[in-house]
Design a protein. Structure first.
Length: 438
């Protein structure tokens, strides 16, 4: 075996007893172990238990068994052995088995590294803030993650970090080694939504050429995150209510109940109470989802966290874009704290990313900021205009204001549009209209 595997390009170590084998194993941590069930100083199944407890999924253990020991080999598989090899065996079979075991252990190690990276990426430390509101959220997330809470409802405006909180709950829970799958309910047709969520049986509709498992099945043992749950098709809500209550469902076209062990995290920026009153959302589903609600505060309600968030994103994008920004000028910070942040933390994150990509130096300055921050318009400010006695054409007033805004903005169309309270596309439409008239 040693000669064959070395000739195939493998590094090989051998040991003739359980004690020596375990010593070599602990020293080398090999990807594959061939373990005889009959050892001079111990039982192979006992050694297998030790190997699996010490190195888990990172080592594929293949047991070698003789005639009449098949039942013992089956028990070894139950204890976590990758496969078994019946003696006498063919060396071609040996090489194929090693190749398959190496592919599997490499994949497992890559998956382990990805999971570890996810745990780091979605650590609670990445939910930045010292304000009482965000600290309250963090305390809830930590308690929920360690609990067996089956259903969680996240509420908050767009950009407040609902996806980040959902992943933090998953990767700090006992389900962290299971899958985290997400589905957006926004603008998804009913038939497509149900096939994605529940899956379907072969022949259940015209294009169902084969059975497909839905996200509920694929998320078994882990977490399913439903974003914008308020937009779930009304006819699908009754079926989903059964899933929430029983963790059972049928595939489309199926007659057999599928059972799943999942945590459901739903998120919305909508007013679900208003949706219930208007008949767009089922009341019974609403109350089943809101057993454990978490409300994520908008950034304008925790302005004291803005400097911490700026520092956090500055470090992140410095490393990513090889920049060296270290400071924010006092005037720039004052403008950033005073801004209302309608896009919340996502808007702040995107702003820092844009600045660090485009600008140079080590300090964020007011001129690096967009006009909506440096020249804010007070919402709802009354306009005072006096119509002259002879009257005037509305189109003339509109074009005059377009010219004035462009002059004030030094020809910058984005800033001019902001001054006028319209989109850039709307401004371009008016400019084209002005050109056509002239």
């Amino acid at each position: 075996m040693e000669q064959t595997l070395r000739a195939a390009g493998c590094e090989v170590a051998t040991a003739e007893s359980a004690a020596k084998g375990l010593a070599v194993f602990r020293d080398l941590r090999p990807a594959v172990v061939f373990l005889d069930l009959r050892l001079p100083d111990g039982d192979g199944l006992t050694v297998l238990r030790t190997l699996k407890s010490e190195n888990g999924e990172d080592t594929a253990v293949i047991v070698m068994t003789g005639f009449g020991e098949i039942s013992t080999a089956v028990e070894a598989m139950r204890l976590g052995a990758f496969d078994y090899l019946k003696k006498p065996f063919d060396f071609d079979e040996l090489e194929v088995l090693v190749e398959r075991a190496l592919d599997t252990t490499q994949l497992r190690r890559q998956v382990g590294e990805i999971r570890q990276e996810h745990r780091k990426t979605y650590a609670l430390d990445n939910i930045v803030g010292a304000s009482e509101k965000i600290q309250h959220v963090l305390r809830l997330v930590e308690r929920i993650a360690q609990s067996d809470a089956a259903t969680v409802l996240l509420r908050g405006e767009n950009g407040t970090g609902k996806d980040l909180v959902a992943r933090a709950i998953h990767y700090h829970s006992r389900r962290a080694d299971g899958p985290f799958l997400d589905l957006s309910c926004t603008a998804m047709p009913e038939t497509l939504f149900e096939s994605e969520l529940f899956g379907y049986e072969k022949g259940s509709f015209t294009d169902a050429k084969a059975m497909k498992r839905g996200l509920l099945e694929l998320a078994d043992g882990g977490t399913l995150f439903l974003d914008e749950v308020g937009d779930m098709p009304l006819v699908s809500q009754a079926k989903f209510l059964r899933v929430v209550e029983t963790r059972q469902f049928k595939r489309l076209g199926g007659v057999v109940d599928q059972h799943v062990d999942i945590r459901i995290i739903a998120a919305t920026n909508a007013d679900l109470e208003a949706a219930v009153h208007s008949g767009r959302f089922r009341e019974d589903l609403y109350y089943r989802l809101k057993v454990i609600p978490i409300v994520l505060p908008p950034l304008r309600e925790r302005a004291a966290d803005i400097p911490l968030l700026l520092h956090h994103f500055m470090l992140k994008y410095n490393a990513e874009f090889h920049k060296n920004f270290r400071h924010i000028s006092g005037e720039a910070l004052k403008l950033l704290v005073a801004y209302s942040w309608p896009g919340n933390v996502r808007e702040l994150k995107n702003l820092l990313e844009r600045i660090l990509i485009l600008e140079r130096g080590d300090t964020i300055l007011p001129e690096h900021l967009p006009p909506e921050i440096t020249s804010p318009i007070t919402p709802g400010a009354p306009a005072r205009f006096t119509l002259p006695p002879q009257g005037l054409r509305l189109e003339d007033v509109e074009m005059d204001f377009v010219r004035q805004a462009l002059k004030m903005a030094d020809g910058n169309q984005t800033r001019a549009a902001h001054l006028l309270g319209i989109s850039r596309d709307a401004l371009r439409y008016r400019l084209q209209k002005l050109i056509d008239e002239e």
